[in-house]
Design a protein around this ligand. Structure first.
Ligand SMILES: *[C@@H]1O[C@H](CO)[C@@H](O)[C@H](O)[C@H]1NC(C)=O
Ligand SMILES: *[C@@H]1O[C@H](CO)[C@@H](O)[C@H](O)[C@H]1NC(C)=O
Ligand SMILES: *[C@@H]1O[C@H](CO)[C@@H](O)[C@H](O)[C@H]1NC(C)=O
Length: 407
């Protein structure tokens, strides 16, 4: 299948995005299986297989255009995979039907809506895995609901450690979602009565993050999937969970604490480095891997736990985007662009393709569930479905179309 692919154009922009996420991520907190310590030692020679880029379109450089002729969404709230809090049509968010009438128009080209039937044909006998936090699940659900409109004959199952997955039986195309917040395995840590290096530095409680051990939910995914889409980011900037004082992240490498203890952003760098090595060793030949950039949040007037909201009915203007997201302004949602700096640095020169959804998403303050999310606080982090992540999938397909055979 790789043979038909043309070369990938990477819209290289080092910028974008935001967030702290957490909101509903919190609800998954109970799933942490932190206890097993299996020792996968994957070191490695990292991949230095440079992808060549063409001079084609910069997909991230464009604008949103309101197109009233878009009359019906590509799927609706009857798609059962849509998590309730994201079903803005179902919860009657006032602009729910308007959200999908905005079209992303790159200045140098068009970003067409992908055709689900052609997709099913083209990716017959293919496995596609989404690996990451709930924002990757949001994108996975969008892809599922779109494909399901074209072919309803699906089997629900959980391949290779997945949280959920489906096979489109007529095409033998499997897509699945592998839940992981940090990519690395982590779990609660507390001081040992017998002491230790962290104890001697005064640490009492925290989270142990094994930077060189992939979380079990996706450890087998590289052997199973032909195409992988990763993300991580929101949880690294989540002081309400990983409180720097009360419950800091404590990084371990080869089973030993990293000393001196490092900040979360350094931990992210370590995890990304090990993850690239791990994939380099485990992936089957011909596998295509994407790192999706950070999904921006749009809390205004405070963070999610401080009454922040996103009561917009239209996309932001370019000026508003800069105000909300520029690193200099250091606003509530600044972490999006910060996360992306780490991602771009880590993946430069690797065989990962960067799927950059950040900048185009920065405009879409109107496309979150907001008060319709059914939570005590506004959800300005996840996206209404149908909605923005449908466009992410258009971009994903456009990238696949641009990837050329890499031999
Ligand atoms: C693509 O567009 C974005 C957004 O305007 C810009 O930041 C980036 O530098 C562009 N990339 C290239 C390679 O021109
Ligand atoms: C379905 O696709 C997988 C590869 O993803 C392949 O291993 C398997 O043989 C296919 N099954 C059939 C019945 O063709
Ligand atoms: C950004 O703002 C936060 C508080 O909102 C503060 O803790 C942090 O030090 C600021 N960072 C910079 C680089 O100014």
């Amino acid at each position: 299948m790789a043979n038909q692919w043309k070369r990938l154009k990477q819209p290289s922009s080092l910028s974008l995005s935001p967030s702290f996420l957490f909101l509903s991520l919190l609800s998954f907190a109970s799933l942490f299986l932190f206890f097993f310590i299996f020792n996968t030692s994957h070191q490695t020679n990292s991949v230095k297989n440079k992808v060549l880029y063409s001079n084609s379109c910069n997909f991230t450089d464009g604008q949103w255009i309101y197109d009233p002729s878009i009359n019906s969404p590509r799927y609706d709230n009857t798609c059962k995979e849509i998590y309730k809090g994201w079903s803005c049509i179902g919860s009657k968010k006032s602009n729910a039907l308007d959200i999908v009438k905005w079209r992303w128009k790159p200045y140098q080209c068009d970003l067409p809506q992908f055709d689900p039937l052609s997709f099913l044909h083209r990716f017959r006998d293919t496995n596609i895995g989404f690996v990451g936090d709930s924002l990757n699940r949001n994108m996975f659900v969008s892809l599922f609901c779109t494909l399901k409109q074209a072919s309803g004959d699906v089997k629900k199952w959980r391949p290779a450690g997945a949280d959920r997955g489906f096979t489109f039986l007529k095409y033998n195309l499997t897509i699945s979602y592998h839940r992981t917040n940090l990519l690395a395995r982590y779990g609660r840590w507390s001081a040992n009565a017998n002491g230790g290096v962290l104890e001697s530095l005064g640490y009492k409680e925290g989270y142990r993050v094994d930077v060189d051990v992939p979380e079990g939910t996706w450890a087998e995914a590289p052997r199973f999937h032909d195409i992988l889409i990763f993300n991580t980011g929101h949880w690294w900037w989540a002081p309400s969970k990983f409180d720097p004082v009360k419950s800091p992240m404590l990084f371990f490498e080869k089973g030993n604490p990293v000393v001196p203890p490092q900040s979360p952003d350094r931990g992210l760098d370590m995890v990304l480095k090990h993850m690239i090595s791990y994939l380099d060793k485990r992936m089957r030949p011909g596998t295509t891997v994407f790192m999706r950039t950070q999904s921006p949040r749009h809390f205004e007037g405070g963070d999610w736990d401080q009454g922040g909201s996103c009561q917009r009915s239209q996309p932001l203007s370019p000026q508003e985007v800069e105000e909300l997201f520029s690193i200099q302004n250091n606003g509530t949602n600044v972490e999006a662009r910060l996360v992306n700096q780490h991602l771009y640095r880590a993946f430069e020169g690797t065989k990962f393709h960067i799927l950059d959804i950040s900048h185009l998403s920065e405009f879409r303050a109107d496309a979150h569930p907001s008060t319709a999310g059914g939570k005590k606080h506004d959800d300005c982090m996840h996206w209404c479905l149908p909605g923005l992540t449908d466009i992410w999938n258009d971009l994903f397909v456009a990238y696949l179309n641009n990837i050329e055979d890499r031999t």
